[in-house]
Design a protein around this ligand. Structure first.
Ligand SMILES: Cc1ncc(COP(=O)(O)O)c(C=O)c1O
Length: 367
């Protein structure tokens, strides 16, 4: 008889630090101001809501396991090959599937020091070792990433722009990173915030995917398309990578309502433009106002910023977080990203932005 008294998971699983999302509730506030999860400020497109509602009478039907209509819509919209798009239950699912498919015990997964936390979680869950490379000025350092590569490296994850820092790498820098990688290493370009970026030297990753067999780009409908609650992500890679993802994903990983709403959201170009324009006004506004209060604000190209608090007694980022929460404003502590002095604040509505600035002013003034 074995001495084992209960089933044990695979090596690595119990080392996973569960991902903690942004807080959604503040005591005493029925509808707190939620700036903790980089959700859309303006909410979903009315067309997406209508598509979602229209499915209510069809809930007994299984969804299209291939998400054909959504993949066709994405292919048309972005000029891509539909057969090399794979949809996921949020891009988080795709990050996990890529890691499980390409890594295991003894392998290494490289990402940058302040990179998105799902990368080490996914690596550890797959039994692989997450390895961080230092950043420079809170920006991914290509040379440092390349230095971290060795013969055990299987995947390099790069969020571009990165969450939580908000910074990005130019297309040339990413090409330089790719050029320095062995062909056996998979480069995952996580472009969750691509639609917000307004820079001429930015490219979400399509060019590298088209020219190579070891690059995959992940995207999401959770940010500018405002469908975080429905969980829709997609990946674009070589035919081999798409084939691998299709083998390891669940057959109906994207529910029917999510597929229908995502198609409608993609087609509502005016709603996406409005969301981008809103962000272009209120992100710089928030950055300026917080800087005027004496906080250090890191330059961001996404729909959030990070601000550094003084760190003196009673004025730390954790104190600011609690103060804001007591006013019904939820932000994100990012000590888990090695940034204990900073808070991440998503871009919300005008009213929410004015409220968070006023609350920060009161906090710093000590009222
Ligand atoms: C960089 C990055 N990648 C991926 C995701 C996950 O997005 P999804 O909602 O599609 O799982 C997020 C969400 O915050 C993110 O910030």
């Amino acid at each position: 008889m074995s001495a084992v008294v209960a089933p044990t998971p695979r090596p690595g699983v119990l080392e996973v630090e569960p991902y903690r999302g942004g807080e959604a509730g503040a005591p005493g506030f029925a509808r707190p101001i939620r700036l903790a999860s980089n959700e859309s400020a303006l909410g979903p497109s009315p067309r997406a809501m209508a598509a979602y509602t229209a499915l209510a009478g069809e809930l007994h039907r299984y969804p299209d396991g291939g998400a054909d209509a959504l993949r066709a819509a994405l292919a048309r919209h972005h000029g891509l090959a539909a057969e090399r798009i794979v949809c996921g239950n949020g891009s988080d699912e795709l990050i996990g599937l890529l890691t499980k498919a390409y890594c295991g015990p003894g392998d290494e997964v490289v990402y940058s020091r302040h990179g998105f936390l799902m990368y080490p979680i996914a690596a550890t869950a797959a039994g692989a070792k997450p390895v961080t490379a230092p950043e420079r000025d809170l920006t991914v350092d290509v040379d440092a990433l390349l230095k971290a590569i060795n013969r055990r490296t299987r995947i390099v994850f790069l969020a571009n722009p990165n969450n939580p820092t908000g910074t990005y790498l130019s297309s040339d820098e990413i090409k330089r990173l790719h050029a320095g990688l062995p062909k056996s290493v998979l480069l995952v370009i996580d472009a969750a915030y691509a639609e917000y970026v307004q820079r001429n030297d930015y490219e979400p990753g399509v060019e590298l995917v088209e020219a190579n067999r070891n690059v995959v780009m992940t995207r999401t409908f959770s940010k500018i398309y405002a469908l975080g609650g429905l969980r829709v992500g997609w990946a674009y890679g070589s035919a081999e990578i798409a084939d691998v993802l299709n083998r390891v994903r669940a057959p109906f990983n994207l529910n029917a309502a999510a597929q229908a709403a995502a198609v409608a959201a993609l087609q509502d170009v005016a709603a996406t433009d409005r969301a981008r324009e809103h962000n272009d006004i209120w992100r710089p506004w928030l950055a300026r106002e917080l800087a005027a209060l004496g906080l250090t604000v890191n330059p961001s190209v996404a729909n959030f910023i990070i601000a550094r608090f003084p760190g003196t007694s009673g004025k730390t980022a954790a104190d600011a977080f609690e103060f804001l929460k007591s006013r019904g404003i939820l932000t994100r502590k990012i000590a888990g990203y090695q940034l204990p002095d900073w808070l991440r604040i998503s871009i919300g509505t005008e009213e929410e932005m004015r409220a968070v600035v006023q609350a920060c002013a009161d906090f710093l003034r000590g009222s």
